[in-house]
Design a protein around this ligand. Structure first.
Ligand SMILES: Cc1cc2nc3c(=O)[nH]c(=O)nc-3n(C[C@H](O)[C@H](O)[C@H](O)COP(=O)(O)OP(=O)(O)OC[C@H]3O[C@@H](n4cnc5c(N)ncnc54)[C@H](O)[C@@H]3O)c2cc1C
Length: 594
């Protein structure tokens, strides 16, 4: 039987308890604070591991950071320069033969027609530090390190979590309205609630070896973000966070031959030396085994408990979709939790968290597995998968030396393109549409409910610009002229406030729509806002094809208007002339379930 609530001695009573202070937990706390919601964040460990883990922040992640006031210009300065990150190299070993080369994701100037913030590479700990710095002294966030989730009880209208203060070796109780579990792939919250996952729990053991070599003299002009090493002794890839002194080698290893307990620095050195192909000085900063898995929790919401990030899903790292999916989760959650806390929505709004984010995870998980399989296919083409390393190595070099196999090798490399271009998955997901995209790389802007509003570069009017984040600095794209950089400073996305709905209309109908919104707002719960943004009054599109395409998609003619949610996804398209405020009220009432 559940204890009565008075049986608990409540140490803290907070609106939101966040379990886990990894990137998703930290960002969740930040986003909620921006939305005026207080949270307590409990992190199990006193310090975090220094191994860099994820390296890529997707365009969508950067878009949502910018929306909430994080400075993407600064984030970009913190990570790997575009020049160094541009390529994926396929090599026998770093010092050896180049088997092929592909662009690493979309960093060409053309991608700026689809997103204002192209992908950026930054070591995960640096991103975490950046977000953490924004939380220090934030009165709406309290962070407790070395405090671990133990168990919870859901009392229906609140949750009581038991937290262990590990230094003091004592437990205490936190009462919260919502608990967001961002406690990683082995989530104690998920396990406590018995939430099952679909997918494979483990299918391969991997080793991450963190080193600090100066690889510039080795790679010379073959710089790149990723270096896939075909040598069968390694079979893995080097992530070049900083080719001058911060890299990770992620490799498969045969745990039958080398049980995890037998790994030591000398085995790491042997593997890294084989990957580099020559002896150069470096330190082995850490090495850590981990299990490749594809898991997606069957439920994301258990009444007042929400699973997010790796606690909800974990994928193989092939595709860089793991971290970004998690950051997308907490963005989706933030405005919904805030709407409930501010009395703008009923708790059932949170049902849409699972229905929207779960399909995204399933698709991203499947793509990550597919990417891994494609790489294995390439290794097979090269003959590098023979279980005998010596035979495999001979096969590899024989294949590469054989002119008759050159076509097959080239095809094998070309077959990896989708793996390294996930633009469609990064920004193209449409909430409510669970179809699996034919190709992860293809992004087609859409103006339909559930889609992220299409991007276009704009010139905001003077009164509007003062309320926006500072301009984007696109000058890191060296191919752009000064004029082009000047035109790529503000995006349509900048017009969507994180704490309001936004109605996009044409200037000609702005006055009529203003009247409709005034009437409608009088019927909203206090504080719920729709901002009206009119083309030709509040902003103009930058001249060019991309702007014309945006106009065609949005069709802001004859009173048509597009209502965008606080997370920049389209809620609805009003097709008629602006005369009925009840239509607006009903759309919001239905969505927010007030
Ligand atoms: C070697 C490696 C390489 C990777 N490379 C990539 C990549 O290139 N691209 C990519 O997108 N993703 C990559 N990932 C995945 C990416 O690192 C994760 O998706 C990301 O860290 C998930 O963030 P999170 O905040 O959900 O979970 P985590 O980063 O795992 O954070 C969870 C936090 O919860 C804390 N915690 C755990 N239990 C408790 C408890 N009981 N109480 C309180 N706190 C608790 C943990 O200490 C931790 O700080 C990689 C992962 C690994 C392991």
């Amino acid at each position: 039987m559940s204890p009565a609530r008075q049986d608990y001695e409540i140490a803290d009573d907070v609106p939101v308890l966040i379990v886990g202070g990894g990137p998703c937990g930290l960002l969740q706390a930040y986003l909620l604070a921006q939305l005026g919601v207080e949270s307590l964040l409990c992190e199990r460990y006193p310090t975090r591991l220094d191994a860099p883990k994820a390296h890529a922040l997707s365009p969508r992640t950067l878009e949502l950071c910018r929306q909430f006031g994080l400075d993407v210009n600064e984030i970009r300065r913190l990570g790997t320069g575009r020049q160094d990150a541009f390529w994926v190299n396929f090599v026998t070993h770093l010092n050896g033969q180049q088997v092929g080369r592909l662009p690493y994701e979309r960093m060409d100037p053309g991608v700026l027609d689809d997103t204002p913030t192209m992908i950026h590479n930054i070591p995960q700990p640096d991103f975490e530090d950046y977000v953490r710095k924004q939380l220090v002294k934030n009165p709406l966030v309290e962070m407790r390190k070395n405090h671990s989730f133990v168990k919870l009880e859901d009392l229906g209208d609140s949750v009581i979590a038991t937290i262990e203060d590990r230094a003091a070796q004592r437990e205490y109780h936190v009462k919260c309205k919502h608990l967001v579990a961002c406690d990683g792939a082995k989530s104690a919250v998920r396990r406590f609630l018995g939430v099952e996952s679909e997918g494979e729990d483990s299918y391969e053991t991997m080793m991450t070896i963190h080193i600090n070599a100066n690889l510039y003299p080795i790679v010379q002009d073959r710089v790149g973000m990723l270096h896939w090493v075909m040598d069968p002794e390694v079979s893995g890839f080097i992530i070049g966070y900083d080719l001058g002194g911060n890299q990770v080698l992620i490799c498969n290893f045969d745990s039958q031959k080398y049980p995890v307990e037998s790994w030591n620095e000398s085995l790491c050195r042997k593997t890294v030396d084989a990957a580099i192909g020559t002896h150069i000085p470096y330190d082995v900063l850490s090495y850590r085994p981990w299990i490749l898995s594809r898991k997606v929790a069957k439920s994301y919401r258990i009444n007042r408990v929400l699973l997010a990030g790796d606690a909800a899903h974990s994928f193989p790292p092939t595709g860089g979709l793991g971290l970004n999916s998690g950051l997308g989760d907490v963005h989706n959650l933030a405005f919904k939790i805030a709407a409930i806390h501010h009395g703008h929505a009923s708790p059932s709004l949170l049902d849409t968290y699972e229905s929207e984010r779960h399909p995204v995870a399933l698709i991203n998980a499947a793509q990550s597995v597919k990417n891994g399989q494609q790489i294995f296919r390439l290794l097979k083409t090269l003959g590098a998968t023979d279980p005998d390393v010596h035979v495999a190595r001979e096969n590899l070099y024989r294949t590469l030396a054989d002119p008759e196999r050159a076509g097959a090798v080239h095809e094998g490399i070309e077959g990896q393109r989708e793996h390294f271009d996930n633009l469609g998955l990064h920004i193209g997901y449409v909430y409510g549409d669970t179809r699996v995209p034919g190709c992860a790389s293809v992004y087609q802007a859409k103006c339909v409910p559930g889609a992220r509003i299409p991007h276009a570069w704009i010139e905001p009017s003077k009164p509007v610009v003062s309320g926006l984040m500072g301009p984007i600095d696109s000058s890191y794209v060296g191919e752009l002229s000064m004029e082009e950089v000047e035109r790529k400073r503000f995006s349509v996305l900048d017009l969507c406030a994180f704490d309001a709905f936004t109605l996009f209309v044409d200037g000609e109908c702005a006055v009529a729509w203003r009247g409709v919104l005034e009437e409608a707002t009088a019927m909203f719960p206090p504080g719920l806002r729709i901002d009206l943004v009119a083309r030709g009054r509040d902003f103009d599109l930058q001249p060019g094809e991309a702007g014309e395409k945006w106009l065609e998609l949005m069709q802001l003619v004859q009173g048509r208007a597009v209502l965008v949610r606080p997370d920049q996804h389209i809620l609805t398209v009003f097709r008629g002339s602006p005369d009925d405020s009840m239509e607006v009220v009903e759309v919001l009432r239905k969505y927010l379930a007030w």
